[in-house]
Write a protein that binds this ligand. Structure first.
Ligand code: GAP
Length: 507
């Protein structure tokens, strides 16, 4: 499924056509990298949230929830390092006036060279047929070796310049590689500068009194600054976790790829507080638990992979991403980080308040270490949509688009459809709808032919269509149609509830 631009376009168009995702403020030509969730989107999104919350909070007796405010004291972001270091290196093209992330321009250049290696390999594979040995070719072909050397040298220069904050060297590299602006084609670049990703605003009504505050760029800090409140009032004993879902805001420079990279998005984060020295054991535990959470949705393991961070942030002593096979290839979906005592210690120092735990077994105070699991809700939504979207050719030659959304996440669990809009069938169908609506999200529709209504339900991923026909009035049976294999069975009305409930169980 990787690198499939066409597929991505189809998913984006489908998400709009069927009320999952709309561009924000579309009637005013939209706001870049900001999206609204429509009537079907909000149901899917809420179901993903519910799955996460239950798995993290309800199923663990040592994890509790929190809902901190988006606005926080500006010192929070000073202590966390976001004021000084949450930035990307940016560069403007003077002709197009377009702003780019300098490192991404170089990475795109690297991707082009890697594309040449792939092309060379494909050509050779065609030429040699069955006797082709890919590994041997990559290791011995002189042209490929030259490309590989170029890639290694550019990466070394870029990453060391980023690490040491040598912005002038990144500009030199862009010039040395002859990188042009994709819009204007010109090499007329400004210097590379840091661009802080936090949005700021003013708190207070009078400008003299107002102070600058930030829209939170992550939910995690709300957890850290509430650590003492929750630990004391919840009488929590280490190890324990605090979970939170909520909006986060980042002024992303490279804001593209639909809901993959947004300026306003939602995170689901859990900070797990542990005894110093035990963090790597817990890190392994949460790495595996989080992967299980993804697989329990019913999406195959082949769509996920772990990616270990090459370079650790200064406060972390272990970090892995869970990547998903999005239409643009494998990309980060969730991060699992062992953050040591960096955040709590930083807040302790700047606030002057002791943020510690008294360990009754050890009989001593310490600043707990933290293992964090941090997942983007919108990216999870995109992962589910990517997996679910299927275009099928049917036996009768027709085509359908079906969303094979894991049933427990589907916006609607069943559609109740009278075959025709007369003869008492709508009344009977509504009676069935009323009997199910308190247990399941159901959909009622009596317009258009039954075939068209089935297609519409396939397109939004409804696992079951229940059709009420004339026989229903005589013997109390309905037709139940299954979304994935389109099989149809005649069952008694009293069986509908159990069938749906059974299908909603997770893997
Ligand atoms: N507290 C740690 C933290 O915020 P992160 O890797 O910057 O770590 C965690 O973000 C997750 O949030 C990512 O794995 C991704 O799923 C999501 N995320 C980050 N930036 C995003 C953006 N601009 N748009 C959508 N999701 C984003």
């Amino acid at each position: 499924m990787a690198n499939n631009e066409d597929l991505f376009k189809k998913i984006i168009a489908h998400a709009k056509e069927y009320g999952f995702i709309f561009q924000s403020s579309e009637i005013y030509d939209g706001l870049s990298a900001v999206y609204d969730y429509g009537h079907n989107g909000v149901e899917l999104k809420n179901n993903i949230k519910d799955y996460w919350w239950k798995s993290m909070v309800q199923y663990h007796d040592n994890i509790v929830g929190l809902d901190a405010a988006i606005f926080m004291h500006p010192k929070v972001w000073k202590a966390s390092g976001h004021v000084d270091a949450f930035s990307d290196p940016m560069i403007d093209n003077k002709d197009s006036k377009k702003r780019y992330r300098a490192d991404v321009l170089v990475e795109d250049h690297i991707a082009k060279i890697e594309g040449k290696i792939e092309k060379e390999t494909e050509k050779a594979a065609k030429r040699f047929g069955d006797t082709f040995d890919g590994e041997m070719f990559l290791a011995t072909n002189p042209r490929v070796s030259e490309y590989q050397k170029q890639v290694a040298s550019i990466k070394e220069k870029l990453y060391s310049a980023l690490e040491d904050n040598r912005l002038a060297d990144i500009k030199n590299l862009i010039e040395e590689l002859g990188i042009v602006c994709p819009l204007s084609g010109s090499k007329n670049w400004t210097d590379v500068r840091h661009f802080n990703l936090m949005f700021s605003t003013q708190l207070g009504s009078l400008s003299e009194e107002a102070s600058q505050i930030y829209l939170r760029p992550e939910t995690a800090q709300g957890i850290f600054v509430n650590y003492l409140n929750v630990q004391k009032t919840g009488r929590m004993k280490i190890p324990f976790g605090i979970a939170q879902m909520g909006k986060a805001f980042r002024n992303e420079i490279v804001a593209r790829q639909f809901i993959f990279r947004m300026r306003e998005f939602e995170q689901m984060e859990m900070q797990f507080f542990v005894k110093p020295g035990e963090e790597l054991t817990w890190f392994e535990y949460w790495k595996n638990e989080r992967m299980k959470w993804h697989l329990n949705m019913g999406i195959p393991a082949s769509e996920y992979r772990f990616h270990e961070h090459d370079k650790l942030a200064h406060y972390a002593n272990a970090a892995f991403d869970i990547e998903f096979n999005f239409p643009m290839g494998f990309k980060e979906l969730e991060g699992i980080h062992s953050r040591t005592d960096f955040d709590l210690s930083a807040h302790q120092e700047l606030s002057g308040k002791k943020i510690q735990y008294f360990d009754p077994e050890e009989e001593k105070n310490y600043v707990p270490y933290v293992v964090e699991t941090s997942i983007g809700l919108d990216r999870t939504f995109l992962a589910v949509l990517t997996y679910a979207w299927n275009e099928e050719k049917l036996d009768d030659g027709s085509e359908r688009v079906v969303l094979r959304i894991p049933p427990f996440l589907a916006p609607f669990k069943a559609a109740i459809l009278p075959l025709v809009k007369k003869d008492g069938l709508p009344e009977k169908a509504l009676e069935i709808f009323d009997g199910l609506k308190f247990d399941f999200m159901c959909f009622y529709e009596d317009k258009d032919s039954i075939g068209r209504r089935y297609r519409r339900q396939d397109a939004i991923g409804t696992p079951y269509c229940i059709t009420v026909d004339h026989q229903t009035l005589q013997d109390g049976t309905v037709t139940i149609r299954e979304r994935d294999n389109m099989s149809q069975d005649r069952i008694e009305i009293s069986k509908i509830r159990d069938i749906i409930a059974h299908r909603l169980k997770r893997q």
